[in-house]
Design a protein around this ligand. Sequence first.
Ligand SMILES: [Zn+2]
Length: 155
Amino acid sequence: MKSQTTKRSGCAFRTLGRRLGFGLALVLASLLASGLWAGQAKPLAALEGELLATGTKGPVLKMHDKDQPLSAVTQYLFHTLQDKRLDGREVRVEGTRKPGGTFEVQWLYTIHQGKLFRVRYFCKVCNIVALEPGPCICCQQPTELQEIRVEESSK
Ligand SMILES: [Zn+2]
């Protein structure tokens, strides 16, 4: 852009308008790219159904009207969704729908008789909690899948 155009008011306004538009587009693009926009504008959606953990195309939530492909905000959570011990279980997932058609899970709960349970992995040998299925990072023994009742007050 030439700086001389600012001398004439008509051109100056047009230049200013273009600059503002460009700047706004940049801000929007960076907001979208960072995920901040979607994260702040929308509350988390919640879905309930049967978890199909061992599908060849990744974990799927089987609901009465459709099969919802699942992704996750962390690798830990994604590995948990693929845990065969959770295959076929009734679960509740909370997260956001992605443009690609997947549902990005942020929180996972199992359901027993209408009650929500948090999933965690525990090593009894070391008395520590692991983030995802697999051998204990400390002693390499298999960790145990545990489900912890979510109290209504703490949710
Ligand atoms: Zn251990």
